[in-house]
Design a protein around this ligand. Structure first.
Ligand code: PGA
Length: 240
C-alpha cells in the first residue's frame, strides 16, 4: 500500500485527479470504478475542471459505480445515479451508454448482481477503482462481516452506515439495503485509489493500514493489493 498524506483537501483532490489523468492518457478507453459520498466530490470537481480545460476526455471511458441503494427510485435526490449525474456525468463528455450503476430496483437482485459482474468482466476489468471508506472500515457497501465477499451482491446496511448516511435523507427514510460490488470485484481492479478525510475516519484508516487483514475491517484487504494508493488528510492519518 502506498500512503500519501496531505495538509489540505485541494492538494489531495489534485493528486487523485492526476492519477485519473495518467490512467486515461495511457488508455483513453480505460474502465473506471467510481464512488459516491463526500470523499470523491472534490476529485470530481477537479476532473471536471481538467475536462473543461481540454486536458482530459472521458469520451471513450467506461465506468462502473460501486453501489446503489435498493428500492429507492432512480431519480430520487439521494440515489447514487442522481449523485453521479450531478457531481460528474452531466459535466463531462462521457457517453451515457458507457456508464453503469447497479439497478437498485431490479426485479431479481441476484440476476442484476451477476449481470453487473459479467459486464465488468466483459469490459476487461477495472483499470482504476476509486474508493471512500466508512467509519466502520467498509468499502463500497461491504460492511464488516465474518468473511470477505466476492462479486456484486445485495447487502443489508449496518446501523453505523445508516447513521452516517441518514443525514442526507431529510424527508424520506433511508433504505436498509443496497447492491454493492463485492470485495473480490474491488480487488480485481488493476489499481485502487482510496480517499479518506476527517477525524471520523482515523480509526478505520488505522485498522486498514496497521491492523490485521480481516473482514471485520473490509478495507484492510487493500494491504494485499499490488497497487493500492491511500490518499488522506492529516486528520484521517492521525492514528498512524
Ligand atoms: P463518505 O462515505 O465519503 O461520505 O465519508 C464513504 C463511505 O461510506 O464509503
Amino acid at each position: 500500500m502506498q500512503i500519501r498524506i496531505f495538509s489540505n483537501e485541494n492538494d489531495l483532490a489534485a493528486a487523485a485527479a492526476d492519477i485519473f489523468e495518467t490512467t486515461i492518457a495511457a488508455k483513453p478507453d480505460a474502465v473506471l470504478g467510481l464512488a459516491t459520498g463526500a470523499s470523491p466530490v472534490l476529485t470530481y470537481k477537479e476532473l471536471i475542471k481538467r475536462y473543461e480545460a481540454g486536458k482530459i476526455s472521458f469520451a471513450r471511458v467506461t465506468t462502473f459505480n460501486l453501489d446503489e441503494y435498493c428500492d429507492l427510485p432512480k431519480n430520487d435526490k439521494n440515489s447514487y445515479y442522481t449523485f453521479m449525474q450531478e457531481n460528474l456525468f452531466s459535466k463531462i463528455d462521457i457517453d451515457p451508454a458507457n456508464v453503469h450503476i447497479e439497478d437498485g430496483n431490479a426485479a431479481d437482485f441476484d440476476a442484476e448482481a451477476k449481470a453487473y459482474d459479467a459486464m465488468i468482466e466483459a469490459a476487461g476489468l477495472i483499470d482504476l477503482q476509486l474508493l471512500g471508506i466508512g467509519t466502520n472500515g467498509h468499502i463500497g457497501f461491504n460492511e464488516p462481516a465474518d468473511a470477505f465477499s466476492d462479486g456484486t451482491f445485495r447487502v443489508k446496511l449496518t446501523e453505523s452506515t445508516i447513521k452516517a448516511n441518514s443525514r442526507y435523507f431529510t424527508d424520506s427514510v433511508m433504505p436498509e439495503y443496497a447492491l454493492t460490488m463485492g470485495v473480490g470485484s474491488i480487488m480485481r481492479a488493476k489499481k485502487i485509489l482510496l480517499i479518506a478525510t476527517g477525524a471520523a475516519k482515523a480509526e478505520a484508516i488505522c485498522n486498514t493500514v496497521k491492523g490485521p487483514v480481516t473482514p471485520r475491517c473490509p478495507a484492510s484487504i487493500l494491504q494485499t493489493h499490488p497497487d493500492a494508493i491511500l490518499l488522506m488528510d492529516e486528520a484521517a492519518a492521525a492514528l498512524l
